[in-house]
Design a protein around this ligand. Structure first.
Ligand code: C2E
Ligand code: MG
Ligand code: MG
Ligand code: MG
Length: 284
């Protein structure tokens, strides 16, 4: 009896795994089609000065405008795209769209709104093509230097012998800023901060989240900010949700703030209406 039960269970699991595999293949095909049919969109979330008053930068965050399922967030398709080489095409699309948008923001307001773009390490081609294409795309839109920021996570920069290092240096040489996303949750080596010219550290939301209840979170955030400032690196706090967190971050001289307390990611046109057109009026 127990033997047949075991077999049933095995069949149940193998069936479930097979179903998952089919589901995944379907998703991959759908992502491919979505690229062709232009179903991806960028949302923008403003990044404010330390008082939460002025939008200084904006992070581009991809969404999939699915005809049946509505808006789908990146966590549901970026990891799959990374496993299947599709991240390259998606990444190229994000780059071109973000650069086009940044050029449009500049044209509308006459001021630079720095636009930050998330990058998967898998996109960074060691031969240098990836950087070449970034530079070409910026030139095509005659973008002022320093308009674009590229966000990478810590583990992208961990290995000092990786050819990615050199590519990041080339980016920096060209004037594109480099930001470390989700800072603090990756490996703990800080050596790359010395090796590379990092412009921005983005403190992971998990630290910000616990600042009001956990003394050690405050201590960590303070230490990160102090270290960054000694290295002439600016700091963004990610995921600021409460006034209490904002107050603490202001006391710690955090340079920039991003989070639902100030604004959620929004469609490009909303972002323009709220943060670009009004800026244009003030500066006339
Ligand atoms: P991330 O780069 O760390 O982006 C921040 C995420 O936190 C975003 O989620 C944003 O909507 C969310 N967020 C912002 N403020 C708050 C807050 O106050 N509270 C909370 N709970 N969440 C907040 P989203 O848009 O779902 O993006 C998730 C991740 O997907 C991003 O994390 C990034 O790693 C990745 N991603 C997004 N767009 C792209 C892209 O174009 N390319 C690549 N390779 N990855 C992307
Ligand atoms: Mg990011
Ligand atoms: Mg720089
Ligand atoms: Mg982050």
């Amino acid at each position: 009896l127990s033997k047949s039960k075991g077999r049933n269970r095995y069949e149940f699991f193998s069936h479930a795994i097979e179903e998952q595999a089919i589901e995944k293949r379907r998703l991959i095909e759908e992502i491919r089609l979505a690229l062709k049919l232009n179903q991806f969109v960028l949302f923008y979330q403003p990044i404010f000065d330390q008082f939460g008053l002025k939008a200084e930068k904006a992070e581009a965050l991809i969404r999939w405008n699915h005809p049946q399922r509505g808006l789908i967030g990146p966590n549901e398709f970026i990891p799959v795209a990374e496993q299947n080489g599709l991240i390259e095409d998606i990444g190229n699309w994000v780059r071109d769209q973000a650069i086009e948008d940044a050029a449009y923001f500049y044209q509308l307001s006459g001021n630079i709104m720095q636009v930050s773009v998330n990058t998967s390490p898998l996109q960074i081609d060691p031969s240098g093509l990836w950087v070449d294409e970034w530079i070409l795309a910026c030139n095509k839109h005659r973008l002022p230097r320093d308009t674009m920021i590229i966000e990478v996570t810590e583990n992208t920069l961990m290995d000092p012998d990786s050819p990615i290092q050199q590519q990041m240096q080339r980016l920096n040489h060209y004037g594109i800023d480099i930001a470390i996303d989700d800072f603090g949750v990756g490996y703990s080596s800080l050596a790359y901060l010395q090796r590379l010219d990092i412009d921005i550290l983005k403190i992971d939301r998990s630290f910000i989240q616990h600042m009001e209840t956990n003394e050690s979170s405050i201590a960590l955030v303070r230490a990160i900010i102090t270290m960054a400032h000694h290295l002439k690196v600016k700091v963004v706090a990610e995921g600021v949700e409460t006034e209490g967190q904002h107050k603490l971050l202001e006391q710690l001289s955090c340079d920039y703030l991003q989070g639902y307390l100030f604004a959620k990611p929004m469609p490009t046109q909303d972002f323009i209406d709220r943060y670009i057109s009004s800026a244009a009026l003030i500066h006339v």
